[in-house]
Design a protein around this ligand. Structure first.
Ligand code: HAM
Length: 418
């Protein structure tokens, strides 16, 4: 059906685009305040990047990627997330010369998931990645950036949940304990999880299959298996979050759905947007750059789902400021006046003053109705008389006040008013 977009996609209509502009501008402002520069990576990457980066046993790679062969017989994948592409670019462009590098992106992502409220097949992320810093201060600064952003939008009641997934050494010990626990229930797991049992048992914990969820309910917790260094890192982070007055809760059940995480993971939850309540997810990923072929580089990041953010703003009745109407609406009657309206509109628009006029040949009454609908701040009516006398009434639509001005002065008067 060509008049219906693909399932799981959503148009942003002109009437609601202002919300997107608002949250994206706020993201840019907050990022800039934290010294974070923008990166833009392609919409598609070599499939291999996500197999290696996100992990072959994750749901994203196994079930959700939009992967296809291009005309040159290369396997290409639409990005399901922004971290692996940022890491690829970091390596390719030798960005490690800056020892401390912070970058953000606003990007569409694609996952073949079952659509529902807050879950789409094309969605958008505001993501932030810090490369080069191994200490917990980077984790704390990153989490505080997410909070500063949400606060700027008027959202200050979200739950911040953190957990510690340890390093590869802790993971080995934990995997043994986890397999020990799962072994007796292996026949209850889905086929994908049966396969995960040997390769990556941690993934069984966040499988969405209800039977697997039931088995995973009482698994041993990774936070009880972390080494001293990972524990110290986590304690340091908690201390710094407390110093920053960040209200966090340790949630030992967070494992996250991507394989690259080490040590800190966190999620920020909105309790009033339904089942898909995780607005922000992130964590440390000290092994990813090396996994993708670069020099061992510590890193930490997060991504906020912008559709879920908008749902949260709506659920909390937070008004996003509506864009102002045009500074001037030029109504016109007759062909001569139409050309004059076109000239004035062009001059004003070129000097940055917004201006609107009728393009449909509507009656004067209908033009005034349209000017009102647009919330125009000033209105003039141009007819043959106004042109002849070079005079026009400038009406302030807010106060109703009218003044007669020289038509030839309209541009300079509007520039002075706006
Ligand atoms: P993620 O948890 O997979 O992490 O996604 C981050 C956020 O994207 C989620 O919390 C959610 O708000 C949004 N999101 C995910 N899937 C969908 C969907 N199908 N529809 C709507 N929104 C969705 C990552 O992607 C990591 N790259 C985050 C990260 C950055 N970790 C380190 N750096």
């Amino acid at each position: 059906m060509i008049t219906k977009g693909p399932r799981g996609t959503k148009d942003v209509l002109p009437s609601e685009a202002y919300k997107w502009n608002y949250i994206e501008n706020a993201a840019r402002e907050v990022a800039s305040g934290f010294g974070v520069g923008e990166i833009r990576t392609p919409i598609f990457e070599h499939t291999e990047l996500f197999l290696r980066g996100v992990g072959e046993t994750t749901d994203i790679v196994q079930k959700e990627m939009y992967t296809f062969m291009d005309k040159g017989d290369r396997s290409i994948t639409l990005k399901p997330e922004g971290t692996a592409p940022a890491a690829r670019s970091y390596i390719e462009n030798n960005l490690g010369v800056d020892q401390q590098l912070k970058m953000f992106y606003i990007t569409p992502c694609f996952r073949y998931e079952r659509p529902q409220a807050g879950r789409l097949r094309e969605f958008h992320q505001f993501g932030v990645e810090f490369f080069g810093a191994a200490g917990y201060s980077a984790d704390a600064e990153l989490i505080s950036l997410a909070i500063a952003y949400l606060k700027k939008l008027g959202i200050d009641n979200l739950k911040v949940n953190i957990n510690n997934l340890g390093c590869s050494e802790c993971r080995k010990k934990y995997n043994d304990a986890l397999k020990e626990y799962l072994r007796s229930n292996i026949d209850k797991l889905c086929t994908t999880c049966n396969d995960r049992f040997e390769k990556n048992p941690l993934r069984i914990i966040d499988c969405k299959n209800p039977d697997c969820k039931e088995v995973a309910k009482d698994v041993p917790l990774i936070i009880d298996y972390v080494c001293d260094e990972c524990r110290d890192h986590f304690d340091g982070l908690k201390g710094e979050l407390e110093a920053l007055n960040v209200n966090y809760v340790v949630d030992p059940y967070i494992v996250r759905g991507l394989d690259y995480y080490t040590k800190t993971v966190f999620e920020i939850i909105s309790e009033n947007i339904g089942a898909q309540s995780t607005v922000c997810g992130g964590g440390r990923y000290d092994g990813l750059i090396e996994e993708c072929g670069g020099k061992s580089t510590p890193a930490v990041g997060f991504a906020i789902g912008l559709e879920r953010l908008i749902l949260t703003l709506e659920a909390m009745n937070i008004e996003v400021p509506k864009p102002m109407g045009p500074a001037l609406f030029i109504s016109s009657l007759g062909d001569g006046a139409k050309i004059e309206a076109s000239k004035i509109a062009f001059e004003l628009r070129c000097s940055g003053i917004s201006c609107e006029r009728d393009l449909l040949g509507r009656s004067l009454k209908a033009q005034m109705k349209y000017a009102n609908k647009l919330n125009s701040r000033y209105v003039i009516v141009l007819g043959e008389d106004e042109l002849k006398q070079n005079k026009v009434n400038l009406k302030n639509m807010e106060t109703g006040a009218e003044e007669e001005i020289q038509l030839s002065d309209i541009a300079s008067i509007m520039k002075a008013r706006i």
